[in-house]
Ligand binder design. Structure first.
Ligand code: SAM
Length: 393
């Protein structure tokens, strides 16, 4: 069974007893070999089912269920993942990844800076595989016994602060913005295959406009975005009809199974990603053979001239000031030459099928004739479809 078939829900007072029982079994199964017998005893000493009640009552705890049976649980507060526990019988089946993906949403909400956690020694590799880095060894002193832990934190996407703060304004504007509805989206959607009955990953789904559209086309959709505020809006829009993960696209996505998607869409997001080779390898891993990636990105020609850079050939992080969404906001984004787009895609094993330099559709002219005339002469957006070989691994 994959993590996609799990249900994650808020913990209830009536869960406390099962949580305690699972907690004890998980510590016993996973911590031995990394801690002495005495340390394992101390990890558990004094714990009771009632101990979870304050956090349950504060809505900080959540439970993973399969077929109504608890298979893991977690605890997160603003800025920190407090704990995750997986039923030992369910180890290696995506429960920890699903719990962590869920935990990052409340941890990221309204929080500035990296998300932290204190990992038991046995779980360090798991958190590293999910984009956390070791900060320093730390200790928990309990009953006079020092228990070694590792302080870890998750690096954050370069534009996270900007998107967290403008999520609502962005969502309100995107549906009315002529550049989106009469320019970028028609060009991008012209490259999509029929998605009915297909599994689609929306990488950088923002407030979920395309997630909703894909669902309407009969696709099964998973959305990933680094911004918890954006995903909250996406969830308001589609409810539980799509699976949504807070995750950094610069990091591996172990919560997505190999060869499990037919299409990856990434609209207006790849400019925020430094390492395209790692990301396209990850897209290749999660795509079925013959699957495709369709994406839009700032056109390298206009990005070059607008930025007045004197080194076209470097990939550089630039600050863009957005003025259309209330107070001006600085959004960092990478500008890169065309070769730094094409090479990683080809090196990741994809073939380039279509490349469209977007032009506006005629409705644009009715709402903004000057901008329409400009976009008919000057490229601003590049839309691309690339395909994983049908015989690909
Ligand atoms: C321009 S918005 C596009 C949103 C959506 N695709 C759309 O077309 O409306 C870019 C999105 O990328 C997300 N993003 C930026 N960097 C990211 C990263 N490293 N990992 C995951 N999401 C990221 C932002 O949070 C934001 O929602």
């Amino acid at each position: 069974m994959g993590a996609e078939e799990l249900v994650i829900r808020g913990a209830r007072v009536s869960d406390a007893r099962d949580m305690h029982e699972l907690h004890v079994r998980a510590v016993d199964a996973f911590c031995r070999g990394h801690y002495s017998d005495d340390q394992v005893k101390v990890l558990l000493i004094g714990r009771t089912a009632d101990g979870y009640l304050p956090a349950i009552e504060h809505d900080e705890m959540f439970v993973a269920e399969s077929d109504g049976r608890m298979v893991g649980f977690g605890h997160a507060t603003q800025g920190e993942v407090q704990a995750l526990f997986v039923d030992p019988d369910w180890a290696g089946r995506g429960v920890g990844s699903a719990l962590l993906g869920h935990a990052l949403q409340p941890a990221a909400r309204g929080h500035d800076g990296p998300i932290q956690l204190k990992s038991t020694l046995n779980a360090v590799g798991f958190y590293e595989a999910h984009g956390f880095v070791q900060v320093e060894p730390t200790e928990l002193n309990k009953h006079g016994v020092a228990l070694p832990f590792v302080l870890m934190e998750q690096t954050q996407p370069v534009a996270l602060d900007a998107y967290e703060s403008m999520a609502e304004a962005y969502a309100a504007a995107i549906e009315k913005n002529p550049r989106s509805i009469y320019y970028e989206r028609p060009a991008l959607m012209g490259l999509l295959p029929d998605v009915s009955g297909r599994r689609v990953l929306d990488a950088g789904c923002g407030p979920g406009v395309m997630v909703e559209w894909f669902l309407g086309q009969g696709a099964e959709v998973v959305g990933v975005d680094g911004s918890a505020n954006m995903l909250k809006l996406a969830q308001q829009c589609v409810g539980d009809a799509a699976v949504l993960h807070v995750a950094d696209l610069e990091q591996p996505m172990p919560f997505l199974a190999d060869s499990s998607f037919d299409v990856v869409l990434s609209s207006g997001t790849l400019g925020y990603i430094r390492d395209w080779l790692a990301l396209f390898r990850e897209f290749s891993r999660v795509l079925r053979p013959g699957g495709c990636v369709v994406f839009s990105v700032g056109h390298p020609c206009s990005e070059y001239t607008l930025n007045e850079t004197d080194d076209y050939f470097s990939t550089e992080l630039r600050d863009y000031t957005w003025r259309g969404l209330g107070a001006p906001i600085v959004v960092p984004c990478y500008r890169r030459p065309l070769s730094d787009m094409i090479d990683p895609i080809v090196c990741a094993g994809f073939s380039i099928e279509r490349m469209v330099e977007a032009v506006p559709i005629k409705e644009f002219a009715e709402v903004n004739p000057e901008e329409y005339a400009r976009l008919m002469r000057r490229p601003r957006v590049l839309c691309v479809r690339v395909r994983k070989p049908a015989n690909g691994a």
